[in-house]
Design a binder for this molecule. Structure first.
Ligand code: CMP
Length: 174
């Protein structure tokens, strides 16, 4: 299980030595989660009932700037939604993408079961909502409205990744 999953389920504590930087425990109330979810493009087609269900399964998590949220090559267990702050995605050696409030990440490994495709690092202090693999699968089945947005975002990410690959191939062939 990934670091953040182990922190959320209590199998390691936020203050364990050797974990750097140390995120702080967060607790967003249900109402606040709902408010945040309403502003997320991924959920714009969701009914209030669906949003309430999502708020129930999403756990809040605060991360300090510099926290490695996802490490490329590791197995993926969580889906992340950014409530506050920005993250950097290390798409390739030369290409970085910035994700901000309302954006999500961690969907690829949950969809195809492959290891994480990129490293994602908190660029600033962040507040996140985290959804486990099992709950994410349930969401895809029960909230069809989010699938279309998810697919559109995925397509953009694949194109960006391919462009980065082309550019590095081009540079190394010169
Ligand atoms: P996953 O592969 O599970 O873990 C790394 C995450 O980085 C990936 O899911 C996406 O959410 C995100 N990611 C990968 N490539 C890009 C990209 N080109 N732009 C934005 N985010 C990306």
């Amino acid at each position: 299980m990934e670091l953040i999953g182990r922190m959320l389920d209590g199998s390691i504590s936020y203050g364990d030595p050797g974990l750097e930087p140390v995120p702080s425990a967060a607790s967003i109330k249900q109402d606040e989660k709902m408010e945040r979810l309403e502003g997320v493009p991924l959920f714009e087609r969701c009914t209030r009932r669906e949003l309430r269900a999502i708020a129930r399964i999403a756990e809040s998590f605060d991360a300090a700037a510099g926290t490695v949220l996802i490490r490329a090559g590791e197995p993926g267990e969580e889906f992340f939604l950014i409530v506050e702050g920005t993250a950097r995605v290390h798409v390739s050696a030369k290409k970085r993408a910035r994700l901000r409030a309302g954006d999500f990440f961690g969907e690829m490994s949950l969809l195809d079961g492959e290891p994480r495709s990129a490293t994602v690092v908190a660029e600033t202090a962040m507040r996140l909502l985290v959804i486990s693999r099992r709950n994410f699968s349930g969401l895809l089945e029960k909230v069809p409205g989010m699938v279309q947005t998810l697919l559109a975002t995925l397509s953009r990410r694949v194109r960006l990744g391919e462009r980065a690959l082309d550019m590095s191939r081009h540079a190394s062939s010169r």
